[in-house]
Write a protein that binds this ligand. Structure first.
Ligand code: KG4
Ligand code: ZN
Length: 334
C-alpha cells in the first residue's frame, strides 16, 4: 500500500511517498527566501507559491520513490490548522488526485502529523507517551493514550514558542525564521548575561508573551529609530539568555507532566524540536529520571509530508476516509 502525503499548511510545500509505514521519499521546498524580507510568512504569497510548486514537488517525490501516480493507493493531506489559502492548495490537489485515480482521500490534522513524526524513526515507541508539540503555530503538551487519543494537558495562553523565537529575531534585526539563527548565535553567547523574567503559570500551561516583552524592553535600551541597534548590545548574549529561558520552561513542564502522569516516555515534535539546547536539556533531564525520550530527526521536526502520509495511513487502517467535500480549516483543536 503506497500513500502520497501532501503538506501546504504554512510556508513549506511538501510531498512524500510511504509504503506501509516506511518512508520511500520526502521532498520539502521551503519558501523562506520569499518571506524573509517581510520578517514573517505572507499568507497570499505562500498560497501562490504552493500553486507554483506543488505539482513539481509531487512529481519529484514520486520519482525519488521510484513509483508512478497510478501505483498510489491513498492520498493524505493536511487540512487543518494553518493558513487557509495555503491549505486550500494542498487539499484541492489531493482531492483532484483522489478523484482522478479513484483512490481514498484522508484529511490529516497538522499537529497530529508532527506528533506521529517520531514514529517514522521509532516505530516501536508504544503508548502511552507525553508529547510536547512545539512549533511556530503550537505549543502544547498532550498525553497520548493510544493512536488518535490526545488528551491536552496544557497549552500556551498566548504566543507559541516558535513565534517568540521569530519575533525576538525580528527585534534583533535577524532574518526569518528566527529559531535556527538564535539557536546558532546562542551557542556563542552567555546564557546568564541577562535575567529575563519568566512566567510562572500553575499546571502545564505556557506563556511566552511576557518573556517577549522583557526582551523587547532590554533591546529598546540599545535601539533607536535613526541609528538602529547600538553595537554595545551583545546579540549573542540576548539570544543565549532568551533561549535558556524558553528551553527551561519547555523542559520543566514536559518533565513535570511525565512524572506527574506516571508516563515514562516523552516525544518532542514540531519545528522548535530542532533546537539544539532543547534536545540536549530534554535528554539530560529525561535520563536523570529514567524517562525514555524520542526526538525526531531534524528533517521530521520541521514541516514535511512524510508525517502527514503516516498519520493518514494509520487513520485509513482504522477504516476512516474523508469525502471529496473535505474543507480546509484555519484552526482546529487536536
Ligand atoms: O513546525 P514548523 O516547521 O512550522 C509550524 O507548524 O509552525 O515550525 C517552524 C518554527 C519557526 O517558528 C522556527 O523559528 C522554529 O520552528 N524553529 C526553531 C528552530 N528551527 C526551527 N526554533 C528554535 N530553534 C531551532 N533550531
Ligand atoms: Zn508544523
Amino acid at each position: 500500500m503506497l500513500t502520497l502525503g501532501i503538506e501546504t499548511s504554512c510556508d513549506e510545500t511538501a510531498a512524500a511517498v510511504i509504503r506501509g509505514t516506511t518512508v520511500l521519499s520526502s521532498v520539502v521546498a521551503s519558501q523562506v527566501k520569499i518571506h524573509e524580507k517581510y520578517g514573517g510568512v505572507v499568507p497570499e504569497l505562500a498560497a501562490r507559491e504552493h500553486i507554483r510548486n506543488l505539482m513539481p514537488i509531487i512529481r519529484e517525490a514520486l520519482e525519488a520513490a521510484s513509483v508512478e501516480l497510478k501505483d498510489i493507493g491513498l492520498a493524505a493531506v493536511t487540512y487543518a490548522p494553518g493558513l487557509i489559502g495555503a491549505l486550500l492548495v494542498g487539499v484541492s490537489a489531493a482531492k483532484a488526485i483522489a478523484y482522478a485515480q479513484n483512490i481514498p482521500l484522508i484529511g490529516v490534522h497538522h499537529g497530529e502529523g508532527h506528533i506521529l513524526a517520531a514514529q517514522i524513526e521509532y516505530p516501536d515507541i508504544g503508548y502511552p507517551y507525553v508529547a510536547l508539540l512545539v512549533s511556530g503555530g503550537h505549543t502544547a503538551l498532550y498525553q497520548v493514550q493510544e493512536f488518535g487519543k490526545y488528551r491536552m494537558l496544557g497549552r500556551t495562553r498566548d504566543d507559541a514558542a516558535g513565534e517568540a523565537y521569530d519575533k525576538v529575531a525580528k527585534m534583533l534585526d535577524l532574518p526569518y525564521p528566527g529559531g535556527p539563527v538564535i539557536d546558532r548565535l546562542a551557542q556563542e553567547g552567555n546564557h546568564e548575561a541577562i535575567k529575563f523574567s519568566r512566567s510562572r503559570l500553575e499546571g502545564y500551561d505556557f506563556s511566552f508573551s511576557g518573556l517577549k516583552t522583557a526582551v523587547r524592553i532590554h533591546v529598546a535600551l540599545f535601539k533607536s529609530a535613526d541609528k538602529g541597534i547600538d553595537p554595545a548590545l551583545n546579540i549573542k548574549d540576548v539570544a543565549a539568555s532568551f533561549q535558556t529561558t524558553v528551553v527551561d520552561i519547555l523542559v520543566g513542564k514536559t518533565i513535570q507532566a511525565a512524572v506527574e502522569t506516571g508516563v515514562k516516555k516523552i516525544v518532542v515534535a514540531g519545528g522548535v524540536a530542532a533546537n539544539s539546547l532543547l534536545r540536549k536539556k530534554m535528554k539530560q533531564q529525561s535520563d536523570e529520571r529514567g524517562i525514555k525520550l524520542y526526538l525526531p530527526g531534524m528533517n521530521y521536526c520541521i514541516d514535511n509530508a512524510a508525517m502527514i502520509a503516516l498519520a493518514g495511513y494509520l487513520h485509513y487502517q482504522r477504516g476512516e476516509r474523508s469525502g471529496l467535500d473535505l474543507n480546509p480549516q484555519a484552526s482546529m483543536p487536536l
